[in-house]
Write a protein that binds this ligand. Structure first.
Ligand code: AMP
Ligand code: MN
Ligand code: MN
Ligand code: MN
Length: 283
């Protein structure tokens, strides 16, 4: 089972990816993915299309989302897998979480205007596939297209991260709520790319401890956002906290993502893959 080619983290135009769910499904299948999940940020509007396209390509499917959470002054991402995509509490929770994005985007644009980059809101909107979900990624694409920066990584470094002109502090969902929305809807909550957070050891310990206390059961170990050393480190953390392990590319775009769908190392041994706990939730 651990050798199953599962890719349980990626994004479509329903959030900040550049491909339609059907195009992602075709690409995943062509790359050998056997079990797939589309995990758009704070959105499940692409789930039905993704599941249908997965089946059309002979893949198994788990419902997915990636919820933005504020924990200890940092944004943490919680991936939800295998939940009921019709669950009303999940719909309300995600809608609430998305809700602040419009005003945040106007504030981001105001910050960029002060830094000498006018009309960034209108520029970002050209890249937005879902009007409910404008993200920093869309600003990044605009600044690349307009020649201000050479690539999206450069935009984040210079303009969109803490202390930079287009950075706007934002309060997302609470860890407790995000885990509850997922688990109450029959799904499994997973801490996404744990190596990406700027936590002290104590803060990270608190994250894992509270996550478990709220009912969280998984952690991403192998992801496009981790180096091999980080995967080894979080394999140990998964064992320490008795969490199941997930695997996902975090693919956004052929032009931007260095890890393609399904092109990841296998999970390290002696870990329980999340899909073993979700056997009865696979579509
Ligand atoms: P938002 O949810 O609007 O804050 O945007 C977060 C998204 O920005 C993440 O999901 C990534 O897709 C993207 N992102 C964050 N940091 C970087 C970075 N350093 N380089 C490129 N993309 C990034
Ligand atoms: Mn993203
Ligand atoms: Mn993420
Ligand atoms: Mn992601």
């Amino acid at each position: 089972m651990a050798t199953l080619n599962a890719d349980l983290h990626c994004h479509s135009v329903v959030s900040d990816g550049t491909l339609e769910p059907e195009v992602l499904a075709a690409r995943a299948a062509a790359n050998g993915v056997e079990l797939w999940a589309l995990t758009d940020h704070d959105e499940i509007g692409g789930q039905r299309r993704a599941a249908e396209a997965a089946h059309a390509h002979g893949m198994q499917y788990l419902t997915g989302t990636e919820i933005s959470v504020t924990f200890a002054h940092e944004t943490v991402h919680i991936v939800g897998l295998g939940f009921d995509a019709e669950d009303p509490q999940m719909h309300r929770g995600l809608q609430q979480t998305r809700g602040g994005r419009g005003n945040r985007a106007l504030d981001i644009a105001a910050g960029l205007a002060q830094a000498g980059i006018p009309n960034a809101y209108e520029g970002a909107l050209k890249f937005v596939g879902n009007p409910d979900l404008i993200s920093r990624t869309h600003f990044a694409r605009h600044l690349v297209e307009s020649g201000v920066c050479k690539d999206t990584g450069d935009v984040f470094r210079r303009f969109l991260t803490e202390g930079k002109p287009g950075y706007v502090p934002h309060r997302w969902a609470s860890l407790k709520d995000a885990v509850r929305w997922i688990t109450d809807a029959g799904g499994l909550a997973v801490i996404a790319h744990p190596a990406r957070y700027r936590f002290t050891a104590n803060e990270e310990y608190a994250l894992f401890t509270e996550f478990k206390a709220h009912g969280g059961r998984g952690v991403e170990v192998v992801t496009g956002s981790h180096t091999a050393a980080e995967a080894t480190k979080y394999a140990a953390t998964a064992r320490e906290f008795d969490l199941a392990a997930s695997r996902g590319s975090d693919f956004h775009s052929p032009d931007e993502s260095h890890t393609d769908l399904g092109r990841l190392p296998p999970l390290p041994g002696e870990l329980t893959p999340v899909w073993e706990l979700l056997a009865d939730r696979i579509l």
